[in-house]
Design a protein around this ligand. Structure first.
Ligand SMILES: Cc1cc2nc3c(=O)[nH]c(=O)nc-3n(C[C@H](O)[C@H](O)[C@H](O)COP(=O)(O)OP(=O)(O)OC[C@H]3O[C@@H](n4cnc5c(N)ncnc54)[C@H](O)[C@@H]3O)c2cc1C
Length: 350
């Protein structure tokens, strides 16, 4: 075998929460053939498998992972096709997401500017259809090159086959654990105007026409103010980003939640339209109105003092501490508004 199989590897440092036990086996695969060899090793030894990207959307159990953790470290970004104003860029799964965004903006390519500053790697981006400030990767992904474990070969999924939805795709729902993302192809628009649809960005640029680089700067600045960019000096950024998804509810259910809210003294429940039947309620509002302020402390964990949705490791936290606070928040929101909050990160080894 051309790569090292490590044993008993501490996983905490591979995550942004800096929490978690050890992996029985750990491989960092730098080529597609190494990915396939590592999968063979897991198969032959009947090991459970976990695919690791940048570790920015996971909570690893204190007991660690009793199987093989396969880190995808494939590199390479290249322009593969140009068709009119559309420029197709292929990025390998192990490339850093934000460096890819910077690369696109450096080439004056529009389509991912609002996604500046999101931690993690390219391979993780289609998994939960990363999104921020009014943009999602599903808007620019053309296809995803994957290893399909069910047929043991490399396949290319089209955008439609990825079944993208809010924080969802085939990769984390109907076909969870089937595909290993090897590379993603994006179609970006040469010289396109930045997407300024989100309120925070509109307020930032009132009366101005920013270019792509200015939009990226603004997004990075707004995110930093909320501790939503990784910064070793900022204790609020030791998180997995938003810990809860914004719940999507039917209008009928919204009416019930509004009625319940009125009886406990809230005049209105904020929401965003999804379609004619459904709306999205900000999880941050539900959490705050259930009694959790920014900066809430719960032993070694807490809520970021700059972002209600981020559960942070205040120092020396365990996965059980995180689960304790998660359960507490979910129970309070359920009790107050009868809404079940769903966590966004993936739980590994529980
Ligand atoms: C401070 C902070 C801010 C954040 N802000 C945002 C935000 O604005 N919007 C947003 O959408 N997310 C946000 N996130 C969450 C996270 O950054 C994204 O979900 C990111 O895309 C996860 O990528 P990753 O490489 O770190 O994946 P990991 O955390 O390593 O893995 C996440 C999941 O994807 C799977 N996976 C990873 N790579 C592959 C692969 N190559 N093939 C198959 N499966 C794979 C893993 O098995 C796991 O199930 C934030 C996180 C932090 C810490």
């Amino acid at each position: 075998m051309s790569f090292a199989i490590q044993t008993n590897v501490s996983l905490a440092e591979y995550t942004t929460l800096k929490i978690g036990g050890r992996a029985r086996f750990f491989v960092s695969a730098k080529s597609e053939s190494e990915v396939i060899q590592a999968l063979d090793f897991a198969d032959t030894n009947d090991l459970k498998l976990f695919i690791l990207g940048g570790g920015s959307n996971i909570l690893i159990a204190d007991e660690g992972f009793d199987g093989l953790v396969l880190q995808i470290a494939l590199k390479g970004v290249s322009i593969v096709k140009e068709k009119g104003e559309s420029v197709y860029v292929e990025a390998a799964a192990g490339e850093n997401w934000d460096e890819f965004v910077a690369f696109c903006i450096g080439k004056n390519l529009q389509g991912v500017e609002c996604l500046s500053g999101i931690p993690g790697l390219i391979g993780g981006s289609p998994v939960q259809n990363v999104g921020a400030y009014g943009q999602e990767v599903s808007e620019t992904i053309v296809s995803v090159r994957c290893f399909d474990k069910s047929v043991s070969r490399i396949v290319e999924l089209t955008n439609a086959e990825c079944e993208f939805a809010y924080r969802a795709s085939v990769f984390n729902s109907s076909e969870k654990n089937r595909y290993i993302v090897l590379a993603v192809i994006f179609a970006l628009q040469l010289g396109g105007a930045p997407k300024i649809v989100y309120r925070d960005l509109q307020n930032y640029f009132v009366g101005q026409k920013p270019d792509l680089a200015e939009t990226r700067e603004a997004v990075l600045k707004i995110r930093a103010e909320k501790s939503m960019v990784l910064d070793a000096q900022d204790p609020n950024s030791k998180s997995a980003g938003s810990f809860f998804k914004n719940p999507i509810v039917s209008r009928e259910n919204l009416a019930k939640i509004e009625k319940r809210a009125r009886t406990i003294g809230f005049e209105a429940v904020p929401f965003f339209e999804i379609d004619e039947n459904n709306v999205k309620i900000p999880a941050a509002w539900l959490i705050e109105k259930s009694g959790f302020d920014k900066g809430f402390e719960f032993g070694n964990v807490g809520i970021s003092s700059r972002h209600t949705l981020a559960i942070i490791n205040r120092g020396g936290a365990t996965a059980q501490d995180v689960i304790g606070l998660k359960n507490f928040i979910q129970a309070k929101v359920q009790q107050r508004f009868a809404v079940e909050l769903q966590p966004e990160p993936i739980f590994v080894g529980f």
